[in-house]
Design a protein around this ligand. Structure first.
Ligand SMILES: N[C@@H](Cc1c[nH]c[nH+]1)C(=O)O
Length: 375
């Protein structure tokens, strides 16, 4: 029997590691005062494709229901949670979730995420909470080799104002910036502006690296633009907060454009040093709540739980005990569990693969007169 392309089974230690990621996440968010939220896997496509959210339908797993509406498998937690809490979003709240999202991309169709959404907290408190929580969680998973990247949607938007761009041109330029295709970036900016602004965009493609040096350079370059200076100030403040917590690998990417249409402000990502993979991604998305006619401060991030599960070691600190029993003694073996409550106890009827155990117990005897002997 085969599986549809993109679907996969998971077995044994891969599942244990996945569950360890979920369990560690729950411990961390519980201690940081988050509430848990779960939304259904099946939703209306319009929840994600409407003009405020703007996710492309083509990547979703979808079908028509009997009324002719398009339904999808949840492609995004953040949007689903905004829909779920829209009526009760007037108070400060912190939500945590874990489960699958479904998007057709090169990695498959199903990805597992654990994530947080912080609603109605003041901006810096919520943004720093996201980054501190990420640090706390990765530390608990014993993942220390990662890089934190900060970026901001406002930079590209502010500079684009100097160009005369249609919606389509804007999108083309955003895509070219995203893929770091400097030739196309230059062409679009030059065609709709002049070569100076085109040069500015091209150099923005390379404006990433250690936060101190990049910010210092751009504070001078943008000294006459209050909007850009404010953005640099916000990024610097967050970076310094992280640095004061002992984080050393902090980079900024001033030319980064949003990877999800709803971001509006600070964006952050974590990269694993070992393979460069993104282990978390998030940002501010106040605009998402405008669809519910609400003006709300919203920020959050999601971890790629599959990626994290690949990185961690399964905790193996329990004693493994094998009890060799017979048909007459299976219930005696079961009672032995009481004596070894913190150990892994397996009952076998033959002595096979005993090297896998720390202790082997034999139940010997007959007619209700049994003895447990350690081998
Ligand atoms: N939903 C985003 C992550 C995120 C959570 N909150 C804000 N952003 C993603 O799937 O990448």
């Amino acid at each position: 029997m085969f599986l549809p392309s993109g679907s996969k089974d998971m077995l044994g230690s891969r599942v244990s590691r996945q569950n360890q990621v979920f369990e560690t996440f729950r411990q961390v968010v519980t201690l940081r005062g988050y509430q848990e939220i779960a939304t259904p896997v099946v939703e209306y496509a319009s929840t994600f494709t409407n003009e405020y959210v703007g996710m492309p339908l083509q990547n979703m797993l979808k079908w028509f229901n009997s009324d002719g509406d398009i339904e999808v498998l949840r492609p995004d937690w953040t949007t689903a949670i905004a829909r779920a809490i829209a009526k009760h979003s007037d108070k400060p709240q912190k939500w945590a979730y874990q489960g699958s999202i479904f998007r057709r991309n090169k990695l498959g169709v199903e990805g597992r995420q654990v994530g947080i959404e912080i609603i109605n907290y003041s901006n810096l408190l919520a943004e720093s909470e996201c980054l501190f929580m990420a640090r706390n969680f990765l530390n608990e998973l014993k993942i220390s080799e990662y890089i934190t990247e900060l970026a901001h949607t406002g930079i590209f938007e502010e500079l684009s104002k100097q160009l005369n761009l249609s919606e389509n041109d804007f999108e083309q330029l955003r895509l070219a910036m995203h893929d770091k295709r400097k030739d196309t970036v230059y062409q679009i900016a030059k065609n709709h502006g002049n070569h100076e602004i085109a040069d500015e965009f091209v150099s923005l493609v390379d404006a990433y690296g250690n936060f101190e040096s990049v910010i210092e350079m751009y504070e001078i370059r943008w000294k006459n633009n209050a909007t850009l200076l404010n953005i640099l100030g916000d990024i610097k403040r967050l970076s310094l907060m992280l640095q004061s917590m002992g984080e050393t690998d902090i980079i900024v990417d001033l030319g980064r454009v949003k990877n999800l249409p709803y971001y509006s402000g600070m964006m952050f990502r974590g990269f694993l040093k070992e393979n460069g993979a993104t282990c978390y991604s998030g940002g501010r998305y106040d605009k998402l709540y405008e669809q519910f006619e609400q003006s709300i401060s919203a920020v959050g991030l999601a971890f790629d739980a599959d990626q994290l599960a690949e990185q961690i070691q399964v905790e193996k600190n329990r004693e493994k005990i094998c009890v060799i029993a017979t048909e007459e003694t299976y219930s005696i073996a079961e009672q032995l569990r009481e004596r070894y409550k913190d150990s892994i106890v397996e009952v076998l009827d033959k002595e096979t693969n005993l090297n896998a155990f720390d202790k082997v117990l034999n139940i010997i005897g007959s007619n209700g007169d049994y003895e447990v002997i350690e081998k």
